[in-house]
Write a protein that binds this ligand. Structure first.
Ligand code: CA
Length: 407
């Protein structure tokens, strides 16, 4: 549930004044007050943890020397000034690179994926797609220490009670010795491991799938794959059923018939002229809904109950669609057939890195070449767009890349 916010770029940390320096001042500086508040808040959390069965020794060891990271509050309140178009979002998650990486990654765990399919009934390509989107197949799990993030957000900001629950779940992981503290790092909001579970989800859902006695979604890919399968099974995944498929809409199809929650009999959609993208009649289990995230002139999909199971992982339709489409590609099925309704097609991560390399070569400080179009890259793109007579949107699309390539 924290994946979207996990994608936001980190903001610069605010300096925290040392307590000694603040104590010598006549009036405490605001940061010193925050520090004192944080210490008394920690004391309160210690009692709350004890009531939940976390020993004082575990709490003290976990929180020794911890300082609040006030930069997290900016992330908590972050409002994106730039809305990513659905086609850019999908293109960054479902590109040839992630498909090739995913096939190699699946080939390393044939038994775990097969046994997971037997035990939970979940399509291994969907398990792998979630793994690929959540942590780039275990490569990128986030770097922020959970105890620091969750104590900060338990004591400051507008969702303290939610984060207290996550902190307590984290402390229980430490109390039971399931995962060492140095490995409990992740997104700013506490999602961690190869599946990016938040700690309370870990508590409910994670499984010891490799049988070593620990539920280790950080160090054990097998545990991570099993835990993802268990998550989908608990979200009412139905064995053997498809998530959905791309369809073709007749001209003038009313937008009002689209929407994930507007479920109907498949025969209704058929009677309205909806066909599979290859022109054949609709097939599939039970009720369905029609997704057209870029409107009825863009690609559209019939989705079934299993799409909702994927959706439950992160409660965003764009996210669920990315997982579903990546799973299709991993299974050897084709990608999107209908063009997105734009004359400026989206870029893959490799093409985004090319944009960044070219901007760097032009002298723009865009930070690391990581394929992520953050605020620095966007600012540079805007400047170049203005100079070359393109609309200064800050978006990296094919028209912009072609302009850079043309010199
Ligand atoms: Ca294990």
């Amino acid at each position: 549930m924290t994946k979207r916010i996990a994608l936001t770029r980190a903001l610069r940390a605010l300096p925290i004044l040392a307590l000694a320096a603040a104590a010598s001042a006549t009036l405490p500086a605001p940061d010193a007050a925050a520090h004192t508040d944080f210490r008394s808040c920690l004391a309160e959390l210690r009692s709350a943890a004890a009531r939940e069965g976390v020993s004082g020794a575990t709490f003290d060891r976990a929180t020794a020397g911890v300082e609040p990271d006030m930069s997290l509050l900016e992330l908590l309140n972050f409002q994106p000034e730039f809305r990513t178009a659905i086609w850019d979002y999908i293109a960054g998650l479902v590109d040839e690179e992630r498909v090739a990486d995913g096939r190699r990654a699946m080939a390393r765990y044939p038994n775990a994926l097969a046994v997971a399919q037997q035990r939970w009934g979940v399509d291994p390509h969907v398990i792998a797609a979630i793994w690929g989107v959540e942590s780039n197949y275990g490569r990128n799990m986030g770097k922020r220490p959970l105890i620091q993030s969750l104590t900060t957000l338990s004591c400051h900001g507008r969702r303290q009670s939610f984060f207290r629950g996550e902190l307590m779940a984290t402390l229980k992981i430490l109390e039971r010795g399931e995962i060492p503290q140095e490995q409990l790092v992740g997104s700013w909001a506490g999602a961690f491991g190869q599946t990016q579970f938040i700690p309370s989800t870990y508590q409910r859902i994670a499984v010891d799938f490799d049988g070593d006695g620990r539920r280790d979604i950080v160090g054990s890919t097998v545990d991570a794959l099993g835990s993802t399968a268990n998550y989908l099974a608990r979200s009412n995944w139905r064995a053997g059923e498809p998530w959905g498929y791309e369809v073709r809409l007749p001209a003038g199809f009313p937008e009002s018939r689209t929407g994930r929650t507007k479920r109907r009999a498949l025969s209704d959609f058929a009677s309205w002229g909806v066909r599979k993208v290859d022109g054949s009649p609709l097939t599939g289990p039970g009720q369905a809904a029609l997704l057209a995230p870029a409107g009825v002139n863009g690609p559209a999909w019939i989705v079934f109950r299993n799409f909702d199971a994927i959706y439950s992982y992160n409660q965003a339709e764009s996210y669920a669609l990315a997982i579903a489409l990546l799973s299709d590609r991993l299974a050897g099925r084709p990608g999107i057939q209908t063009p997105w309704p734009t004359n400026d097609p989206p870029l893959s991560r490799e093409e985004r890195r090319e944009v960044q390399r070219r901007l760097l070569a032009m002298g723009y400080d865009i930070g690391d070449v990581d394929g992520i179009i953050g605020s620095k890259t966007r600012a540079a793109i805007k400047e170049v767009q203005s100079r070359i007579g393109q609309e200064p949107t800050g978006r990296a699309g094919l028209l912009f890349l072609n302009a850079l390539r043309g010199g």
